[in-house]
Design a protein around this ligand. Structure first.
Ligand SMILES: NC(=O)C1=CN([C@@H]2O[C@H](COP(=O)(O)OP(=O)(O)OC[C@H]3O[C@@H](n4cnc5c(N)ncnc54)[C@H](O)[C@@H]3O)[C@@H](O)[C@H]2O)C=CC1
Ligand SMILES: CC(C)=CCC[C@@H](C)[C@H]1CC[C@H]2C3=C(CC[C@]12C)[C@@]1(C)CCC(=O)C[C@@H]1CC3
Length: 348
């Protein structure tokens, strides 16, 4: 591994924690394409590559992390339990306690740059956000444990910024990441359509939302790593990275569905009715959990995301790192639909 690190040049050596995931795999591919030497640290190994040094382990275990971080200049931390897992203990263990282990391991291994994948949802409380800036306060009442622990995670990383000891941190807040190999947006949408649950538009269908193509998210992360240094505007700060093209939530869903030959939703259900039905269902499923585990398609968080405005300004990223999306929304939707032949509706 040391040879590879030297070959890439010390400044272009990195470790992607969570590199087996949806965003992580795209991150690894683009870093390799840019000439980085890349380590991957993940609790699962989901791909083979002779260009990558793979370290299998739990990020909550600092001793397991250290070998993967020694000698690298940049760590991208994009690991998290899946939002749908709704497991409070797991979220706290990985996103809060685990992130503290990542920070300690980075400091001990002499890593200089830590780029966290946070989430624009850290300021979302289920009410409208229109062109929200990074100055919005963290959600006081996060809707779910995922968001609650992403807030704690981001606070830990940004407060760990320590320029006097050459340790620089920043957080990237993407929103609604989609693209090839996404495990949770398109597959869940198609599953809902196949089970006849995609007939209703929640609300009036005019709520604008940011959906961000995965390659734009990776681009923002790599820009951040390259611009993060002593005295830069990125130190200890968070940055929204979006496609900069907010779109009505249900227009986006309909374009993905029709692109895969499914009928788009056409009836309307009032937002408040959908939200309280989802809340009631979530309480019922919580009561039944000791007996049976049932995953709801329409959770309160998903209904809130489907029925409210939530789009964000990425002006700060444009100014501080020269960010602009590299793939337009139209092109991104076309590429995404093309990448899921197995999810296309079977013709009768
Ligand atoms: N998917 C989306 O729409 C958005 C995602 N994000 C953030 O982006 C990041 C990546 O998300 P995705 O790629 O969608 O998730 P993913 O579930 O596809 O990937 C997460 C990776 O983290 C790994 N991981 C989980 N727990 C671990 C542990 N204890 N030790 C080591 N590895 C562990 C998993 O094995 C997986 O490979 C996450 O931090 C998420 O919070 C932020 C905004 C939107
Ligand atoms: C209403 C419904 C069942 C729509 C199907 C698509 C949804 C599964 C996605 C639509 C918006 C997505 C989203 C996320 C997960 C998947 C959706 C709810 C996140 C919660 C993933 C993690 C984040 O950090 C924020 C994302 C916001 C958008």
């Amino acid at each position: 591994m040391a040879t590879r690190l030297r070959a890439a040049g010390a400044g272009r050596s990195c470790t992607v924690i969570g590199g087996s995931g949806f965003l992580g795999q795209h991150m690894v591919e683009q870093l390799l394409a840019k000439g980085y030497s890349v380590n991957v640290f993940d609790i699962h190994k989901r791909f083979e590559s002779d260009q990558v040094t793979f370290f299998l382990g739990d990020l909550c275990d600092k001793e397991a992390l250290l070998p993967a971080l020694r000698g690298v200049a940049v760590v991208f931390h994009c690991a998290s339990p899946a939002p749908a897992s709704d497991n409070r203990e797991l979220f706290y263990r990985v996103n809060f306690t685990g992130t503290k282990a990542v920070i300690e391991a980075c400091r001990e291994a002499g890593v200089q740059k830590l780029v966290l994948t946070s989430s624009a949802s850290v300021v979302f409380e289920g009410t409208d956000i229109k062109n929200g800036s990074e100055d919005l306060p963290y959600a006081q009442k996060p809707i779910d444990y995922y968001t609650e622990t992403k807030i704690l995670q981001e606070k830990e990383v940004l407060s760990a910024n320590d320029p006097d000891n050459n340790f620089f941190t920043t957080a990237i807040r993407p929103h609604g990441i989609f693209g090839p190999r996404d495990p949770q947006l398109v597959p869940i949408l198609v599953q809902a359509a196949r089970s006849g649950k995609m007939k209703f538009i929640i609300g009036d269908g005019k709520n604008l939302v940011d959906f961000t193509y995965v390659e734009n998210v990776v681009h923002g992360h790599i820009l951040a790593a390259e611009k993060l240094h002593k005295g830069s505007a990125l130190c200890g700060k968070a940055f929204h990275i979006t496609n900069d093209e907010p779109i009505p939530f249900w227009t986006f869903m309909s374009r993905i569905l029709t692109g895969l030959d499914y009928d788009p939703p056409k009836y309307h259900i009032p937002y408040w009715l959908a939200y309280y039905l989802a809340l009631l269902l979530s309480l019922l499923l919580a009561l039944l959990r000791p007996l049976v585990t049932i995953k709801a398609t329409f959770t309160p968080m998903r209904v809130a995301l489907a029925g409210t405005f939530h789009y964000y300004s990425c002006e700060r990223a444009k100014r501080a790192m020269g960010y602009s999306p590299v793939v337009s929304l139209d092109e991104a939707i076309a590429r995404t639909v093309q990448s899921y032949p197995g999810l296309r509706r079977a013709r009768a």
